[in-house]
Design a binder for this molecule. Structure first.
Ligand SMILES: Nc1nc2c(c(=O)[nH]1)N[C@H]1C(S)=C(S)[C@@H](COP(=O)(O)O)O[C@H]1N2
Ligand SMILES: [Mo]
Length: 330
């Protein structure tokens, strides 16, 4: 059985969450006097400025790999379109998806593109091991070559628990194909994903006291091998921008965004439910399963979402509208 291990690194009683940081700050401001309102206005301006400053070209340029690496992987794009999947709404502009990101290794704010300059996703090894007969250890080029025939482009919606959403075309390999290559043992009930730990490249990792690095996530084996579950290496017909989880990330579109772990180094087949990053910090706000579902109570309302770029509000659907694909799992 999985036993919750309290996280010794979690600040302020482990209540730190992306939303509550802002909420508690706002509450505090309401109680303070005029001076504090002034500080609040400055903080608000800094947020707005940090988000809005930067031309689309700068946002996209910040995320690019070295020119040599971009040349090396160009042959894999565009991948064959998998026409079974459609957004059902307008596509999010590439620059808007790259401008507003969650990537706590780089920043607790949304303009992570400003902090990825030192990140080197080209130098990467991905390991698939644990309860399997054929563990794999592949550098990025080997990964692309081995799974070339499985590469597809798919239109998916993405829904963050903070209520922002996007609709983007990923390029990737169904995770089922990668796990099959490792030949899982029958005892493997769950899959654990581990992100990188490079404090010299990721500014927020240099401060080890705040978060339990590296970022980790998990799925059941049935979820991991569901048709929808994708290991993405690209977006908008090219390699993933650094701030969007280069060089390889998970995409599970029927779950809240934090399940879609970025910049994965290890995929481990295990026989128990693993501890995960946000669940360790706040199990009540971030349960292990975390399917998008407006009917499941959360610390804040999940009935609607706001599209990046257009600002359009859309009612949230159960399983993010992917019920047809995943209802059999639950
Ligand atoms: N390693 C890592 N993966 C991560 C996160 C993170 O902070 N670190 N944030 C998650 C959250 S909360 C969301 S909503 C998505 C955001 O993906 P995007 O920024 O590419 O839109 O990535 C998820 N994967
Ligand atoms: Mo998120």
């Amino acid at each position: 059985m999985f036993i919750h291990r309290p996280n010794p690194l979690a600040p302020r009683g482990g209540k730190e969450t992306p939303e509550s940081v802002f909420r508690s700050r706002r509450r505090w401001l309401q109680l303070a006097g005029l001076g504090a309102v002034g500080i609040g206005a400055g903080w608000g301006y800094q947020q707005w400025h940090g988000y809005s400053s930067g031309a689309d070209d700068d946002v996209l340029a910040a995320g690019r790999w070295t020119p040599e690496a971009e040349r090396q992987y160009a042959e894999f794009y565009p991948a064959a379109k998998d026409r079974r999947f459609e957004y059902g709404r307008a596509e999010t502009p590439a620059a808007e998806a790259a401008r507003h990101t969650n990537f706590y290794e780089f920043s607790r704010f949304k303009w992570c593109w400003k902090y990825v300059g030192s990140f080197r996703p080209e130098e990467w090894t991905i390991t698939i091991d644990g309860l399997c007969r054929r563990p794999l250890e592949l550098d990025l080029a080997q990964f692309h070559r081995q799974f070339r025939a499985d590469l597809v482009e798919r239109q998916y919606r993405h829904r963050c628990v903070e209520r922002w959403a996007m609709a983007v075309p990923w390029t990737g390999v169904p995770l089922a194909a990668v796990l099959k290559a490792a030949d899982p043992l029958a005892q493997a009930t769950h899959v654990r994903f581990v992100s990188f730990h490079r404090p010299a490249e990721a500014p927020q990792q240099a401060d080890a006291s705040e978060f339990p690095w590296p970022y980790t996530e998990g799925l059941t084996i049935a979820e991991a091998t569901n048709d929808l579950t994708l290991l993405a290496v690209g977006i908008y017909g090219g390699p993933l921008p650094k701030q969007q989880g280069a060089p390889i990330r998970l995409v599970v579109p029927w779950k809240y965004g934090y399940k879609s772990i970025k910049s994965i180094q290890r995929i481990e087949l295990i026989g128990r439910q693993p501890a995960t990053f946000w669940n360790t910090l706040n199990p009540r706000a971030y349960p292990f399963e975390s399917n998008v579902d407006p009917a499941v109570p959360r610390p804040w309302d999940q009935s609607y979402e706001t599209m990046l770029g257009s600002g359009e509000r859309v009612l949230t659907e159960r399983y993010n509208g992917y019920e047809r694909w995943v209802a059999g799992l639950y």
